[in-house]
Design a protein around this ligand. Structure first.
Ligand code: NAI
Length: 426
């Protein structure tokens, strides 16, 4: 039986869901096909995703495909109570805004005890819980999909230690996901979250973005457009795959940001935003040196990017001055403002609405198509972190363009041949 908050209104939730659905043409076309062919008929799907309106559109599409859905959030602060109220009439929902950690895990547990055959996760808490506490149910799991960078990092570590027992589609790593969702989605929605929580002006502010990955790039570049002076902090790290901290720091420099170590520039920052997927990217040694009244926000998946325990022990007291806006009175006489308890500032209720709808249309299209792919192909997949097939990735980008009435010319046969030749061009 669903467990939700009494604060939510079913009719508000349905209005929000309709608003999102009307603006998600890729999901609409998938849902239409799912209704016709029922590719997920009889399959139980357990979901842990930020429970807000775009997620509701995905869950309804899975159900239209014939699936039985049981869902919770993937973060204690990110459920929209109106959405869970509306969805709980249609499926098994365990989620409400502003949960304690224990309540959050209780909800994940409820999803697992529905004995799902497929999982959709964001950050790997559900997949991790399944392996740790429910080995008897893991045997029946055909596969899973993972939405975010941090989840992929955890899954690769699990696989390396031979602890992963089913295939997981790396939805985050599809081009149609990270190029747009992590960059433009996070870029816009993190700024929106900060602005709606604080009503502050961006123009002229010194804003320090910690981490210049896909999310950091999006945030920094959008801040520049609003007139901020953007400082980027990266890490002196080499990499065995993809670009390293050195490459990203150089990229930020060429993108026109001031780049350096946090120690060096910390005293200048008016607003700090972390987007690293790493622990204590902003530590207490930095907070001690910050300006009076500096604002701290996190865009990374977990609430450990800002050292909150350190902040608490270095403060004489703290006070929630607005919903999820906390003022910390430091032992050095200054105060700092922490947004969203250090959790994802763009999704934490009541101010975060998450990524723009159009962005999640593509991300969740990848999710829906990967779930269908798992149903059709799980027998051929080994327990590992699996790439999203390029056919799905290309298809989603193509449909996204078509929904915007953007059509491209193909290559001629001569051009295709030319691109395969190693002879001097003629
Ligand atoms: P990414 O791997 O592309 O970038 C992370 C960057 O942080 C890298 O360039 C890395 O060198 C840097 N970094 C790591 N430790 C650092 C440190 N101590 N100091 C400075 N820089 C450091 O990852 P991506 O895709 O940008 O994701 C970042 C985080 O945001 C992840 O936790 C991810 O799950 C989360 N995320 C959040 C979203 C949201 O809606 N708020 C949406 C998508 C991802």
């Amino acid at each position: 039986m669903s467990r939700i908050s009494k604060q939510g209104s079913k009719s508000n939730g349905n209005n929000l869901l309709s608003w999102a659905e009307e603006r998600m043409p890729i999901m609409q076309s998938i849902a239409k096909r799912f209704i016709k062919y029922k590719p997920l008929k009889g399959i139980k799907i357990g979901v842990a995703l930020h429970l807000e309106k775009k997620t509701g559109v995905l869950l309804r599409a899975l159900q239209k495909g014939g699936a039985e859905v049981s869902a919770s959030s993937c973060n204690p602060l990110t459920t929209d109570d109106h959405i869970s109220a509306a969805l709980s009439e249609e499926m098994d929902i365990h989620a409400w805004a502003n949960q304690t950690n224990d309540e959050y895990y209780e909800c994940l547990k409820n999803v697992m005890t529905s004995q799902p055959q497929l999982l959709i996760d964001d950050g790997c808490d559900l997949i991790f819980l399944a392996h740790k506490k429910y080995p008897e149910y893991v045997k029946n799991i055909l596969g899973a999909c993972e939405e975010t960078t941090t989840g992929i990092v955890r899954l690769k570590a699990m696989h390396k230690e031979k602890a992963l027992n089913f295939p997981v589609m790396a939805v985050n790593n599809a081009n149609s996901k990270y190029l747009f969702d992590n960059r433009y989605g996070t870029g816009q929605s993190v700024i929106e979250g900060i602005l709606s929580a604080t009503n502050t002006l961006i123009a002229g502010k010194n804003i320090i973005v910690v981490g210049y990955g896909w999310c950091g790039r999006g945030i920094a570049n959008r801040l520049k457009g609003l007139g901020a002076k953007v400082f980027v902090v990266e890490t002196a790290s080499s990499s065995t795959e993809g670009s390293s901290g050195y490459h990203r720091a150089l990229e930020a420099h060429y993108d026109g940001c001031w780049v350096g170590s946090l120690d060096e520039i910390v005293h200048l920052g008016d607003i700090f935003i972390s987007a690293t997927g790493n622990k204590h990217a902003i530590g207490i040694k930095h907070m001690e040196k910050m300006k009076n009244g500096a604002i701290l926000a996190n865009a990374g998946h977990f609430n450990n990017e800002i050292d909150i325990n350190g902040l608490e022990s270095y403060s004489s007291s703290s006070k929630e001055i607005l919903p999820n806006v906390d003022k910390y009175f430091l032992n050095n006489g200054k105060h700092l403002v922490l947004l969203s308890k250090g959790r994802l500032v763009n999704l934490s209720q009541p101010t975060g609405q998450g990524h723009p709808i159009e962005i999640m249309d593509a991300s969740f299209a990848i999710q829906a198509l990967c779930i269908e792919y798992l149903v059709e192909n799980y027998q051929n997949l080994k327990p590992s972190v699996c790439d999203v097939p390029m056919s799905i990735d290309n298809e989603v980008a193509k449909i996204a363009l078509e929904t915007k009435e953007i059509y491209l010319d193909g290559l001629s046969d001569e051009q295709k041949k030319y691109l395969q030749t190693w002879q001097e061009g003629t």
